[in-house]
Structure formats: structure tokens, C-alpha cells
Design a protein around this ligand. Structure first.
Ligand SMILES: Cc1cc2nc3c(=O)[nH]c(=O)nc-3n(C[C@H](O)[C@H](O)[C@H](O)COP(=O)(O)OP(=O)(O)OC[C@H]3O[C@@H](n4cnc5c(N)ncnc54)[C@H](O)[C@@H]3O)c2cc1C
Length: 462
């Protein structure tokens, strides 16, 4: 006899756990199926938390090496990879323990196996156990993507997992890709002491961030000694006695670079290939994401999805929100459908890049009349005394409604600063309303008052 549940979650990561926890508010019988060797999910084990732990260490190292700028004599600042990894392992274990305790609590029935569909509302586990559920949530995450580049499949290539587990500093690394993970980990390696060459197909790194932001980061990378090639086409990847060689087109020439290692940071794809989706009649889109509506409901009304396998983005706060929305909808709670007009994204390079809502070109594409004001950190007192003059803040308002529709920040601690504008964008506040609040002096955050004041004035004078 199959086991039966009110709600079953396939995958106990950020999206899956959020949906299971929420479903428990509305029913008693919730099952979680997770077949990973270690419980915790990508964010905790091999994603956000380990990467930001390591990146922060190299940011401190970088600052220590700039000691003289701050009037400090720091004779030796160097990396200790053993200590760095021990620190990372400590925090990852701490966060994973907490998640494991939650998943193993008696609020859920946890199955530590992989599952696959054998019918629209039925899953089979590796040991043959069959589980039926009235509502199913698919949250199986993503895996590293390896596009069919000539030779790539035949060479040993590192993924982000390998970088996060490095026990020593590699002498040199070729980074394929210029997205968020490529940029964050590329700079981490360079600051740790590797010779890094980043090879990006598009005209700029960090495509989603827009060109002005990308330019600031590219310039910083080059100043720190990284080699950055954009607008390239990979012609071949091969293994050599000294490591890996990549040939690529660049500005009309063929360029060849060789390094001890290659990092494949060409993106991730939804992890759904072993789920036997056809048994449940589930449909996927062109990039392999499970098709779903604003409440995360797939084309099968009793099956929901969230997180990296659902898309459209691979971000933890969205995975959580999708999981919660799915569970609420599954139990008739009538949640608001998810919209991405106020989406926030952060890149943990240094300077950091963060944006929320619409960029100017996106506002134009929606037939809005964007009014844009920006201000550079190079003219801001607090950033100058912190020796952090790179970057800018930018605010975009819609002339007709007067509302703020987007904001962007490139600079020190942009990941924190952007939060000053997330509520205004989400709730369509006007610049004048934002200026009614206090902005403490001297802080990095008060830099927002310059574009906000300019916009308020421009909107008032029409
Ligand atoms: C290096 C790196 C850095 C990142 N940094 C950030 C960041 O700073 N901020 C941010 O917002 N995002 C970041 N991300 C992305 C973020 O980690 C993911 O978007 C998020 O963790 C995805 O959560 P999820 O629930 O969709 O999947 P996961 O957390 O991967 O959970 C999926 C679970 O499903 C299990 N599973 C898979 N198949 C089956 C099956 N058939 N049966 C049972 N179980 C199964 C898996 O074992 C896994 O435990 C980063 C990612 C990487 C790789």
C-alpha cells in the first residue's frame, strides 16, 4: 500500500523547506523527500553561505593589504587556506545542523532517498516505496550546466563546488563565464593569490546588471591584476601537460590562454531530468524550468514547483517566497501571485553590485517615462573616508506617476545599501516621501538622498 500525505515535497532545500514549513500550518501530514548525501540544500552547503564566508575573508585580506591608505602598518597580510576552510566549515556545519534539525523534526516525515514520479500524484523512492499525496511540491534545485563548447566535455573542469573546497591556492585559473558566480569566485581566487583569466562571451560581464555597473567591476578586476576578456567566442578547450588551454576569438583575433585549472562557471540548469516528469504530465519551458503560474502551480493543478528548478531566477529569497506561496495556494489561502517588478539582485564582488526593480531600459520597454538621477561615491564624504570611491547610486522614477520604479547601487556594501530602496520600489513610494525619512550622517546610505532630492525636485517642477 502506498503511503499517503496531504503535502509532499521533493527536495528539502530553500524552496522545499519553506513550502513544507508553510504547509504544516494548514495540515498534519507533510512528507519531505530528499536524496542528498547531506541535508541542507545548495545555499547552505555549496552556495550563498560558503561563498560569502570565503569572499568576506578575502575582502578583509584586501583591506589589510591597503593598510597604508588607512594610516596603518600591517607588515604581513596573507591567506591561510587551512584556517579559511576551517572557518567556512564551522559556519556551514552550524547552518546545516539547524536546517537538518528542522527537517528531521517530528513535524515532517522525512525520506532520505531520491524520488521520481510514477503518476500525477504518486512518487516512487529508490527502495521501491510508493508515496501518494494530494498536493506535491517539486523543489529539486539545479545542477551545473556544461554547454557543448568544443573540447569542454573532455577536460577536467572545476565547478563552484571545487572552488569552495580548495585546500590550497591554485597557481592559475581560467574562468569560463562572466555571470554572478564567475565574477564572485574569479575575484576571490585572484585576491587569494591565483593568476585569473576570465573569459566571457557577452560584451560585458554581469549581463543582468547592465553595462554601467559591469564597467565599474571590470575596471576593478583589471586593476587588481585579473585578465578579463569580453566579447569572445570559445574555439577550443584542451588538456595540456601544464593544465588547460583555451583558444577563443577576441576582437578579430584568436587568443590562447593556458592555466593550471579551468573553472566552468557557465551557469546552472534545472535539476529535473531524473524525475520522470512525463509520468505526471508535467511540462517544461525552453530552459528546462517547470512551467508554472504566479502561484507556482504547474500545468497539473495538484503539483507545484519553486526554487531553481522553477526559475525564473536562482535566488534564495525568491525560492523561499515561491515555496511559501505554493503551500498557501495549495491549501486555498488565496495568496497574492508572485511578481518580479520589485526583484532585488546582489553580486558580492568588490565593489558590490545591487539593483531592485526596473532598469531605465526596462522602464522604457514598459512604456513608462523614466526619470533617472545618479550620484557617484567619489563625491560622497563617508565613502571617501572609507577609501571606497568606486561606483554610484542611481534611482529611477516614473514621470507620470511620480513613483520610484527602480534603483541601482555599485559600491562598497551595495548589498546592504540597496535595502534602503527595496520598500520604496515595492510600494511605489515617491522620492519626496523617501526624503521625509531621516538619513543619518555620515553614512554610506545617506548617498541616496542626492538622487532622491534631485528626482523630487524634477518631479515637483514637472
Ligand atoms: C556558488 C553559489 C553561490 C550562490 N550565492 C547566492 C547568493 O549569494 N544569494 C542567493 O540568493 N543565491 C545564491 N546562490 C543560488 C542559491 O543557492 C539557489 O538559488 C538556492 O539555493 C536554490 O534553492 P532550491 O531550494 O531551489 O534548491 P536546493 O537548495 O539545491 O535544494 C534541492 C534539494 O533537492 C534534492 N533533490 C534533487 N533531486 C531530488 C530527487 N529526485 N529526489 C529527492 N531529492 C532531490 C537535492 O539533493 C537538494 O537537497 C548561489 C549558488 C551558488 C552555486
Amino acid at each position: 500500500m502506498p503511503h499517503h500525505f496531504d503535502f509532499l515535497v521533493l527536495g528539502g532545500g530553500s524552496a522545499g523547506y519553506a513550502s513544507a514549513r508553510t504547509a504544516r500550518e494548514f495540515c498534519d501530514r507533510v512528507a519531505i523527500v530528499d536524496g542528498s548525501g547531506e541535508l541542507g540544500g545548495l545555499c547552505i552547503l555549496q552556495g550563498c553561505m560558503p561563498s560569502k564566508t570565503l569572499i568576506y575573508s578575502t575582502e578583509v585580506l584586501h583591506l589589510a593589504r591597503q593598510g597604508e591608505k588607512f594610516g596603518l602598518r600591517i607588515p604581513r597580510a596573507e591567506i591561510d587556506m587551512d584556517a579559511l576552510q576551517a572557518r567556512k566549515r564551522h559556519w556551514v556545519a552550524d547552518f546545516a545542523d539547524y536546517r537538518r534539525e528542522q527537517l528531521e523534526s517530528d513535524r515532517f516525515t522525512l525520506y532520505r532517498q531520491h524520488g521520481r514520479f510514477i503518476g500525477p500524484q504518486e512518487i516512487e523512492l529508490e527502495d521501491g516505496t510508493r508515496i501518494q499525496a494530494d498536493r506535491i511540491m517539486v523543489a529539486t534545485g539545479s545542477v551545473v550546466n556544461s554547454p557543448p563548447l568544443p573540447g569542454l566535455a573532455d577536460v577536467p573542469a572545476w565547478t563552484s563546488d571545487d572552488i569552495l573546497g580548495l585546500e590550497s591556492v591554485p597557481e592559475s585559473v581560467l574562468v569560463l563565464g562572466g555571470g554572478i558566480i564567475a565574477s564572485e569566485l574569479g575575484q576571490f581566487l585572484a585576491r587569494a593569490g591565483s593568476r585569473v583569466t576570465l573569459i566571457q562571451r557577452g560584451d560585458h560581464i554581469l549581463r543582468e546588471a547592465g553595462e554601467p555597473a559591469a564597467r565599474v567591476v571590470e575596471e576593478t578586476f583589471r586593476n587588481e591584476g585579473m585578465e578579463v576578456f569580453t566579447g569572445t567566442g570559445i574555439q577550443g578547450v584542451e588538456e595540456t601537460p601544464r593544465g588547460i588551454r583555451v583558444a577563443f576569438s577576441h576582437e578579430g583575433n584568436t587568443v590562447v590562454r593556458e592555466a593550471a585549472h579551468l573553472l566552468n562557471a557557465l551557469g546552472r540548469r534545472p535539476n529535473t531530468s531524473s524525475l520522470n516528469l512525463s509520468a505526471a504530465g508535467l511540462e517544461t519551458g525552453s530552459r528546462g524550468h517547470l512551467l508554472h503560474n504566479g502561484w507556482q502551480q504547474t500545468n497539473q493543478p495538484g503539483i507545484y514547483t519553486g526554487g531553481d528548478c522553477a526559475g525564473p531566477v536562482e535566488l534564495v529569497h525568491i525560492a523561499i517566497r515561491q515555496g511559501e506561496t505554493a503551500a498557501r495556494h495549495a491549501f486555498g489561502q488565496n495568496p497574492s501571485p508572485l511578481r518580479y517588478d520589485a526583484l532585488m539582485t546582489v553580486v558580492f564582488t568588490d565593489p558590490q553590485v545591487a539593483w531592485v526593480g526596473l532598469r531605465e531600459d526596462e522602464a522604457l520597454a514598459r512604456n513608462l517615462d523614466p526619470l533617472v538621477e545618479e550620484y557617484p561615491f567619489a563625491d560622497h564624504g563617508k565613502s571617501l573616508l572609507m577609501e571606497a570611491p568606486r561606483g554610484y547610486v542611481k534611482v529611477i522614477a516614473d514621470r507620470a506617476s511620480g513613483k520610484i520604479v527602480g534603483a541601482e547601487c555599485v559600491g562598497k556594501d551595495a548589498s546592504e545599501l540597496i535595502h534602503a530602496l527595496t520598500v520604496p520600489v515595492a510600494h511605489g513610494l515617491t522620492p519626496a516621501q523617501c526624503m521625509e525619512a531621516d538619513w543619518y550622517h555620515p553614512t554610506l546610505a545617506e548617498i541616496w538622498t542626492y538622487p532622491l532630492e534631485d528626482l523630487a525636485e524634477a518631479l515637483a517642477t514637472g
